[in-house]
Structure formats: C-alpha cells, structure tokens
Design a protein around this ligand. Structure first.
Ligand code: GUN
Length: 180
C-alpha cells in the first residue's frame, strides 16, 4: 500500500449507536453479534475507525470471554468444504473465504478427505475445525488440518480462537476503504 494512506471503516465505528454498530459490524464474528456489542460497550474512540484497532478490541473481547462463550463462537463456524457449503447455505463472508481458498473446486477425493477430517476433528474436540483460510490453498489447509489433530483440547481451543480473531481482522480490512 502507498505511504500516507490509512484504512477507515464506514460507517465510522466511533460515531455509531450500539444498534447501528451491531447492525454494521455484528456479523464480523460468525453468528456472534455479542462480540461487537461488548466492544462497543468498552467505548469506541476515533482510533477504532481503523480496522486493525477495532479488530484488536473485538479480539480482546473474545479472548476475555468464558470458555463456554468461546466454544459457542467456534461452534458457529461451518465445516470447511462441508455440506452447508455445498448447499450454498453459508454467510456471505464464509462463502467468499471458502471459495477464495479454492474449496469450491475440490475433487470428489478431496471432498471425501475434508468430510473424514471434519468428522474426526469434531469427534475429538467437540467443535468444528476453524482456520483463517486467506492466503492458503486447499493443500495447505489439509496439511494444517492433519497437524492440528495432534494437539490437545486446550491448545486447540486457543488455536481456534486465535484463527477466528484473524478471520475477523481480515473481514474488517476487507470492508474498509483507503483514505488518501
Ligand atoms: N475460515 C474462514 N472461513 C471459515 C469458515 O467459514 N469455516 C471454517 N471452519 N473456517 C473458516
């Protein structure tokens, strides 16, 4: 990006009522508008009109939440290359993230591999496998999938939360516009 440019969110978070803020930013965390609400209640300043600063605060809200709330947010994520994706039932963000990683172009063998890994992972941890897929192709995603199956449950919950915070940051950056 050229120098002297800043990314700004519109509408400006610092000028939003709670209702307006959750309307525009409530979906940054998949099916979990309470994360946006908690961030708004902390008090948004003009610094939070930049996507990275807002992402930081929202991420903190999720890190500070109870493990039950964290698990609910993880569980709100659809399977990668799963049945809901094939049926076109994902949110707009999930649809474009999964397609961006080429997951809509899996061969039947790759789909079977995802189905097997999705089920194995959910049986092992009790929640779906979540990874920020931006910049990854399906081979890298499958490799990460296999590797993370070797983690213990506490490590994996924390890894999933970190990945979800990354996904939210990418979503906010995608929605921002560049100011010259
Ligand atoms: N990473 C980015 N988008 C998604 C998604 O929709 N589901 C999962 N499991 N991980 C993601």
């Amino acid at each position: 990006m050229p120098e002297n440019t800043t990314l700004q969110l519109s509408p400006a978070p610092s000028r939003c009522s709670l209702e307006m803020f959750t309307h525009h930013y409530g979906d940054v965390y998949e099916h979990s508008p309470w994360v946006a609400e908690a961030a708004w209640r902390k008090g948004l300043t003009e610094a939070h009109d930049a996507p990275n600063a807002l992402a930081e605060l929202m991420g903190l809200m999720l890190q500070q939440a109870s493990s039950e709330q964290q698990i609910q947010v993880i569980q709100a994520h659809p399977d990668l290359a799963g049945k809901a994706a094939l049926a076109g039932e994902l949110t707009q963000d999930s649809t474009s993230e999964q397609a961006g990683a080429g997951l809509d172009q899996c061969s039947p063998e790759e789909l079977a591999r995802f189905e097997y890994l999705n089920e194995t992972y959910k049986q092992q941890f009790g929640f779906p496998f979540v990874i920020a897929v931006k910049g990854l192709d399906r081979h890298a995603i499958l490799a990460a999938f296999e590797e993370r199956l070797g983690n213990d449950a506490v490590t994996e919950r924390q890894t999933a939360i970190e990945q979800i915070i990354r996904i939210a940051r990418f979503r906010l950056i995608d929605r921002a516009t560049t100011l010259m």
